[in-house]
Design a protein around this ligand. Structure first.
Ligand code: NDP
Length: 448
């Protein structure tokens, strides 16, 4: 074992010891630092200054009580989190997730990933993540509003356009961002647009932010296919989830001539051989906030599979856009056996380590989330830019910027993977690009 390898193993063991039970965080750390062996060999100064050890420890972590009352007057207590991991490249930036599965380990895995993702975009933003173990499903608008207001009371003093800038994630969309921003404005007496992103374009949001993560994943996929002499035109695709990322990934896939035959939610998936009718999905999910099973009631040709495994549907391109660890080793094998040639992660860490191994051994194109889904946060940074200059760009201009950013991300990851001896391995490429940018800034700042 090389000295660098030994050191990485020690660092990982220390992370596991210091953060007991936080298995998603351990998984995210392992995935990144395992790629860094050739970097440590080339740059002994990173080891001397303990850059990896410092990156693995959040700069600050905030945990707070979120009390709220439901429509019947019953009192509920949730737990709010904000883990601010790294601010070497800019103010902390990363979304808020409202989902019953949220605990410190989930927030830390997401915040850790965010450091590198944000660095990969080339924009001046640090990494953070937050959220609450609150379940928005089945709640009325008033309940959501009261929860968001209470959440913001717990968090506002730690935020600021030059300090920490949250956004949405699972369970936090335009409606929640509105309530959160409204409460921040009220408490602080400041119309500080740049304090949160994902705002509605009517009051300071960027056009394309809603579409950005999904569109970006598809642009990244297009680039991966291009280097293999392929395109999306005529390809059969499967997209998991039916939330913000999934919907706009499907929209761009269809615009580029691909056929999406299946999508899902946490209860099951729908299969539509003629191609998913996106307007129906938008209506079910964005307007009615209902279940994806409703799709098969509207389109009789489609089939709904309760608790089914969406990855058993044969496709050439698969985009996991729902949640972490939703695509395991067995599903990865099924995809490869069925002729899949490209997988890009719209969600954060949706593929288990075993699944990633299968994709890499089979030689198919695999785009990890921290590169493939970085279009969302990149467009958030464009939103911050517009807020700072009190400007509002057109849809076309912003989408052009997003497209260029995704092409640059692909190129940087592709070239870096080759430079460090792992050609076409976007996992290695993404981890090294992100790490080196953060590490260089940390070295420049001294021991802080
Ligand atoms: P949404 O809340 O809009 O949608 C999430 C989708 O995933 C829903 O269809 C949901 O189904 C499904 N889902 C959530 N949890 C589970 C679960 N445990 N099992 C199965 N399905 C589940 O979230 P987003 O689309 O914003 O986020 C999706 C993923 O993309 C997340 O991993 C997020 O971190 C990542 N991401 C999001 C970005 C953004 O800009 N929004 C940016 C970069 C990454 P149901 O409604 O039944 O819960």
């Amino acid at each position: 074992m090389s000295k660098a390898r030994e050191r990485i193993e020690q660092i990982y063991q220390q992370v596991v010891r210091r953060n007991p039970g936080e298995i998603e965080f351990h998984q995210a750390v392992k995935e990144v630092i395992e790629s860094l062996e050739p970097v440590l060999e080339k740059h002994p100064e990173y080891a001397e200054q303990k850059i990896i050890e410092r990156i693995c420890e959040p700069e600050r972590q905030i945990i707070f009580r979120v009390p709220w009352q439901d429509d019947r007057g019953e009192v509920h207590i949730n737990r709010g989190f904000r883990v601010c991991f790294n601010s070497a490249l800019g103010p902390y930036k990363g979304g808020l997730r409202f989902h019953p599965s949220v605990y410190l380990g989930i927030v830390k895995f997401l915040g850790f990933e965010q450091i590198f993702k944000n660095a990969i975009t080339g924009m001046p933003i640090g990494g953070a993540k937050g959220g609450a173990d609150f379940d928005p499903k089945g709640k009325s608008d008033s309940e959501i509003m009261r929860f968001c207001q209470s959440f913001m009371i717990g968090l506002y003093q730690h935020l600021g356009e030059y300090t920490d800038v949250p956004a949405g994630d699972i369970g936090v969309g335009a409606r929640e961002i509105g309530y959160l921003f409204g409460q921040y404005k009220r408490i602080t007496n400041r119309y500080e647009s740049g304090v949160i992103t994902g705002k509605s374009p009517e009051w300071g949001g960027a056009l394309v932010r809603r579409e950005a993560t999904g569109y970006g994943v598809v642009y990244f996929t297009e680039e991966m296919l291009k280097v293999r002499g392929e395109s999306l035109e005529g390809k059969t695709c499967v997209v998991s989830g039916s939330g913000n990322v999934a919907i706009y990934a499907m929209e761009k896939l269809q615009a580029l001539g691909a056929k999406v035959v299946a999508c899902s939610d946490s209860n099951g998936f729908v299969y539509d051989e003629q191609g998913i009718d996106l307007q129906t999905v938008k209506n079910i999910k964005e307007v009615r906030r209902a279940r994806i099973s409703a799709y098969a009631q509207i389109h009789k040709r489609a089939k709904y599979f309760e608790n089914g495994n969406i990855w058993t549907v044969p496709c050439q391109v698969a985009l996991p856009c729902a949640t972490q660890n939703e695509l395991d080793e067995r599903s990865a094998r099924i995809l490869v056996e069925n002729g899949c040639i490209a997988v890009a992660e719209g969600a954060n860490m949706p593929t288990t380590p075993g699944g990633v191994r299968v994709f890499q051994e089979s030689g198919i194109a695999f785009g990890p989330g921290k590169a493939a889904n970085a279009g969302g946060v990149a467009t958030s940074a464009l939103e911050m830019q517009q807020n700072a200059s009190r400007d509002a760009w057109t849809f076309e201009h912003t989408e052009r910027r997003l497209h260029e950013i995704m092409q640059n991300i692909h190129r940087d990851c592709y070239e870096t993977a080759a430079e460090y001896g792992s050609p076409r391995n976007y996992v290695v490429g993404a981890n090294i690009v992100g790490f080196k940018r953060v590490a260089q800034a940390m070295l420049a700042f001294g021991l802080i």
